[in-house]
Structures are given as structure tokens and as C-alpha cells.
Write a protein that binds this ligand. Structure first.
Ligand code: SF4
Length: 629
């Protein structure tokens, strides 16, 4: 068995068709080059998923990946990265979830879990400290995510951590998710839930009590303590516990960073009022998604409203609440809390769900789809009774829900009649609740992200040019954000290259991304990793590893046919907002996106078509990918 510091040292491979389990060594050479998490997963999936494979076919694979920091004292180290070929986009899919599930998998002896094949009948997987078993899941069929979780914990014991899909995943909704942490935390984006559904795998239960070997335990402890103290002594970080990300509603609205009415605008003017109502009526408390979190952004929420009665649960973070308020012009916060809870229970990505409802409402407003198409539902903007009914139709693929379950790109192709014009997505992934018109660096995050229109993969550009976060990257060539105009387009390509190289690092090392927003720099992480692994890693090497993985994921996409044409932004997202605070601010328009893209390609060492050059790939040790395209 190959064990080296910072790793459990093993990959568990589960073949559902043959009901077989194999334990493979993590190769130390691969770990040094790709570190872990999405890095090692990208290395494996690039090799093992043939070009063009149907993500929902039995031959498809999905990886649950931890990183070297996972299950250690390192602040923010309670993640799992779920990696796959996305059924929604047909390209690289990746989604991070917080909870104790990832750390428990690693303590059970596995850095990564690869699931392949298709079970004959509904099944769940149990991993108990290296003992692996597949069990009949008939009694779980059709249950919501929290019902499945409760039933499994009742049978197995409270010390198991559960990952599960809901009815949406069972019905292969293309943006269904996998829920972790007592069904409160989602690997939300890109349709990982549909992949488990297609494999008849309804849940994965893990229990683990092992320890991770540390190269320099005392030094590691000291570094972790010092970083935790620094994080907690920076006052704005304490706001994450008090207000969570939901507390960003007023600021994002104010900054024009709040996509409204299917991107007709970037502000609504109701952010402060909605957050105030949420804080007074819905917020119960804060919560850390895994045991060691010191920032605790999680929201415990409820609704006591007669109409939208919702039990105390964890959810209602910024993205989800925005998807069911500004996206669809709903100003009833109780209804929004209820809709986000329902999505978690059904197992659907809240961002894509809200975006799909917004698209459906615009189809309704324009007369492209009628009440008859919605089987009597009135899809007027902000109608939450209809929204909730439509979410159920989508989860169970009933009526029009069957079309909308495929996401806005495919739905608009099926519906036609000009609806493609307002189907807001990049590469098939619906946009998130941040708006690049008020911070132009975000336009490149959306345009070139390896998973589609994600704000957080690899990093939210707005944080840099609008909110002035430098991520400790100034010594590595990033222009000081204080000297940068958020509306300026020139220079954003160069800045985004550095931001993206660092933004992907948390997915590789097993870190919650909020911790780099909160102040963990490349130098901090390098110090932690060096003490943990015994390797001599510095900030420069860490950024190089980030660049390597970003390019490897890009090559995965290129093999699937992606190029410059797919890095375009939807026209509506480039237009001056039609109403709201920024309707008369011409600087909001994205005027020369092509120029930003070219600057980005050049900084990346990609050709004019957005393909990494052979020189760049060889420099990054990725020359082996050249034979594949
Ligand atoms: S900051 Fe939030 S997402 Fe990150 S580890 Fe803590 S609770 Fe989880």
C-alpha cells in the first residue's frame, strides 16, 4: 500500500454492473503534479472517459474527490469535489459540496471514489472504514433527499455521512444535484444527480475513523492555528457567520451585481428590503457545513407563513434566494425560502431551477407558451404558487416539466419560436446570481469557465474588480484591484488568467472557496501543504498546478468540440440593463468582449481559437493530451 503524507493513499473503484470493488494506489508522482481533488479527478476522467461518451450511459463515470487538506486541521477543509462529464452541458462537470462526507471518505481510507457501470436495480453503497458493500435500495425509491438520509441513518447509525439524490436525480433531470450533510449541502451544478440516477445508485453512506499521516505534525498544527487566528481577526469575516452569503443581497443589488427578471436588469432595488425581512422572519441561526468550519456561512432558516410553511432546515443562501426572488421578480421572501427548500428536497440545483423558471415566465409573457402548455398554471412574473407546482412537474418530468427538465439551452431548442434569444446560458449551463455588467472580470469567468456559466468556477471576477479583493495575488502579477475600474474592459483578460489559476486551487487541495475570499493566500496554502506533505511547495508552484488543472479541464472540453465560438456570452448579458439603477449607466454594456477574450487567450498561451498551444501544454506537463484531439 502506498501511503504518503497528506493522503489516505487509496482510490476506491466501484463497478455497479459487476458489483466489484477495487482499491488502487494513488501514485505519488500524480499527486505531486495534480495534488488531488478536481486535479486528480481530471487526470483520471481525461484518460478513462472516451471522447463523445453519453454522460448518462453505463460507461460513464463519476468521481468523488478529496484533496490533501481534507480531513485535517486546516481551516476550511471539509469539502468533496464531484467530477463528471455533465449531462447538461456535454463537457467537464464539477461541483463542490461542503459537509463531513468528504473528510469521512478520506478517514475511511480513500482519497477518491470512482463509480462506474450501472446497477441492475436501485442500489445504495456503504463504505465502512475500508469495508465496501452494495445494498438493495428499493425502500428509498421516490423519497426526498432528507427522507432518504433519515432512513439510511436510522438503519446504519448516526455516525454515517450520507450523499443522496432526490426524485429529480432518479428522473434524470439534467440539473439534478447530489445532497450531502443531512440533505442541506448540494453538489449542485451540472447534473451530477442525473448521473447517479442513470446508474441506479440512490445514495452513498460512509463511515471512517482513520487518521491522515502528516509529515511535520507540530509545524502543521502551528501553521493551521496561525491561519485560523488571522482569519478570525479580520472583522469582515465575522459577517459570514452573522449574515451568511444571504446578507450580500443588499450589496449585490446596490452594485448592479444582481441579475433580475431573466437578465433584463442587474438590479431591482429590493435587495435590502428582502434581506431585512429574511433576517427578521426566516433566519434561525448560522451553521458550519462541516465540524471544523470557523466561518460558518450556513443559514438555518424556516418559514412560519401560513401559505409557505417550511420547517427549520439549512439552506437559503445568496444564490438560491436570488434565484427565487430577483431572477423571477418574486418579492415574497417566505415563498423564496420555501422554493429553495423544495429544490433541496427534490434534489435540483437551485440556480438552474430558478433560471429555468425565469425562462418559462418570459416564454409565457411573450405568448410563446400559454396557460394550456402549463396545464392551467399562470406563469406571470413572480407567481410563486405556479413556480412551486412547476418545480414539481420538472422533478417528476410531467407535462411541460419534461422539456424544462433539460435546462434552458435544450428547452429553447425544443420550444423554438425565438426563445433561444433569451435562454441565458454559456455552454448549456444557466447563469448564476452575479452580473458581469458591473464588474467586467466576471464576463471572462462566465465565458471561459470549464463548466459553463458558473460564477464560482474558477472564481467570481466581481470579487476582484467590483469588491476589491486581491487574494494575495499582487506579488504574482495581479494589478492591485484598488487601481482598477470595475467597468473597464482592458486588462481584465490578463488579470483573469491569474485569478483563474488561483481560483481553481481550492477545488484541488480540498478547501472551501470562501476561505480564499476570507484571506487565505497562495503563500498561506503553500505553507500548510508543505508542512502537511513534506514537499517543498511555494505559492508559485501552487499557481502553476492551478494553471495545469485549468488547462487539463480545458483540454477535456476541447476534445468534446469546445472552442472560441463557445466562449461567447449571451447578448442580453452584454446589453445595458433595461430598468433599475443602472439602466442609464452606459459603462455597464460589455462593449468589446472579443478584445477581453483575446487578451485572456494570449495571457493563457492559447491560440486565437482558444486552444492551448503545444508549447503551453508541454510546459505544463500536459503534452500527453495532444494525441487525443
Ligand atoms: S464557509 Fe460555509 S461553505 Fe465554507 S466550509 Fe464554512 S459553512 Fe461550509
Amino acid at each position: 500500500m502506498s501511503v504518503f503524507y497528506g493522503y489516505a493513499g487509496k482510490v476506491l473503484r466501484v463497478d455497479l454492473a459487476n458489483k466489484s470493488f477495487t482499491s488502487e494506489d494513488v501514485k505519488e508522482g500524480d499527486a505531486r503534479l495534480y495534488l488531488g481533488g478536481a486535479g486528480l479527478a481530471a487526470r483520471i476522467l481525461y484518460e478513462e472517459l472516451p471522447k463523445g461518451i453519453d454522460p448518462l450511459s453505463p460507461g460513464s463515470k463519476i468521481i468523488f474527490a478529496t484533496g490533501p487538506l481534507t480531513a485535517t486541521l486546516a481551516p476550511g477543509s471539509g469539502s468533496v469535489n464531484v467530477c463528471f462529464k455533465s449531462p447538461l452541458t456535454g463537457i467537464w462537470g464539477e461541483s463542490r459540496a461542503g459537509s463531513d462526507w468528504g473528510p469521512t471518505l478520506k478517514k475511511a481510507g480513500y482519497d477518491l471514489l470512482i463509480v462506474e457501470g450501472k446497477a441492475e436495480k436501485p442500489t445504495y453503497l456503504v463504505i465502512d472504514n475500508g469495508k465496501v458493500e452494495l445494498r438493495d435500495a428499493q425502500e428509498l425509491v421516490g423519497l426526498t433527499t432528507s427522507e432518504k438520509t433519515k432512513l439510511l441513518k436510522k438503519g446504519l447509525g448516526k455516525d454515517y455521512e450520507i450523499a443522496t439524490i432526490g426524485p429529480a436525480g432518479e428522473n434524470k433531470v439534467l440539473y439534478s444535484c447530489i445532497m450531502f450533510g443531512d440533505a442541506s449541502r448540494a453538489a449542485g451544478r451540472g447534473g451530477a444527480g442525473a448521473i447517479l440516477g442513470s446508474k441506479n445508485l440512490l445514495a452513498i453512506a460512509v463511515r471512517g475513523n482513520g487518521k491522515i499521516p502528516i509529515a511535520h505534525p507540530e509545524e502543521f498544527k502551528l501553521v493551521c492555528r496561525e491561519l485560523a487566528t488571522n482569519l478570525l481577526s479580520y472583522t469582515p469575516n465575522l459577517g459570514l457567520k452573522t449574515d451568511g452569503t444571504t446578507g450580500d443581497l443588499p450589496k449585490c443589488d446596490e452594485y448592479g451585481d444582481w441579475p433580475t427578471k431573466n437578465w433584463h436588469s442587474n438590479s431591482w432595488g429590493k435587495g435590502a428590503e428582502l434581506y431585512d425581512k429574511f433576517r427578521r422572519n426566516n433566519l434561525v441561526g448560522s451553521h458550519g457545513c462541516y465540524k471544523g468550519c470557523i466561518l460558518q456561512c450556513g443559514r438555518i432558516a424556516k418559514s412560519d407563513s401560513e401559505k409557505w410553511k417550511t420547517p427549520v432546515h439549512e439552506g437559503s443562501e445568496y444564490e438560491s434566494i436570488s434565484a427565487f426572488t430577483a431572477f423571477i421578480m418574486n418579492d415574497d421572501i417566505d415563498a423564496a425560502v420555501h422554493a429553495t427548500y423544495l429544490c433541496n428536497e427534490l434534489g435540483m440545483d437551485t440556480i438552474s431551477s430558478g433560471a429555468v423558471i425565469a425562462f418559462a415566465m418570459e416564454c409565457y409573457e411573450k405568448g410563446i407558451l400559454t396557460k394550456e402548455d402549463f396545464e392551467g398554471l399562470d406563469l406571470t412574473w413572480g407567481n410563486m404558487e405556479s413556480t412551486v407546482e412547476l418545480l414539481k412537474k420538472i422533478a417528476y418530468r410531467k407535462g411541460i416539466g419534461n422539456i424544462l427538465a433539460d435546462g434552458v439551452m435544450r428547452a429553447s431548442k425544443t420550444i423554438g419560436r425565438g426563445s433561444e434569444e433569451f435562454a441565458v446560458h454559456v455552454k448549456g449551463l444557466e447563469g448564476a446570481a452575479h452580473d458581469p455588467r458591473s464588474g467586467k472580470a466576471l464576463s471572462l469567468t462566465y465565458g471561459v469557465s470549464n463548466i459553463g456559466m458558473s460564477h464560482i468556477h474558477p472564481i467570481e471576477g466581481m470579487a476582484y474588480d467590483a469588491y476589491k479583493v486581491d487574494f494575495g495575488l499582487i506579488p504574482y502579477g495581479l494589478k492591485d484591484p484598488k487601481e482598477v475600474d470595475r467597468f473597464e474592459e482592458k486588462g481584465k483578460g490578463k488579470a483573469s488568467k491569474i485569478l483563474h489559476d488561483y481560483g481553481i486551487v481550492p477545488e484541488i487541495v480540498g478547501l472551501c472557496k470562501f476561505y480564499i475570499y476570507a484571506g487565505l493566500t497562495p503563500d498561506d496554502l503553500a505553507k500548510e501543504l508543505s508542512a502537511l506533505t513534506g514537499w517543498d511547495i511555494d505559492g508559485k508552484e501552487l499557481l502553476k498546478i492551478g494553471e495545469r488543472i485549468y488547462n487539463l479541464e480545458r483540454m477535456f472540453d476541447i476534445r468534446e468540440g469546445i472552442s472560441r465560438k463557445d466562449d461567447e456570452l449571451p447578448q442580453r448579458v452584454k446589453n445595458i440593463p433595461e430598468f433599475g439603477k443602472y439602466a442609464s449607466v452606459p459603462e455597464c454594456a460589455i462593449k468589446d468582449y472579443e478584445l477581453m477574450l483575446e487578451e485572456y487567450y494570449e495571457a493563457r498561451g492559447w491560440d486565437k481559437n482558444g486552444i492551448p498551444t503545444s508549447e503551453k501544454l508541454n510546459e505544463l506537463g500536459l503534452g500527453w493530451t495532444l494525441t487525443e484531439i
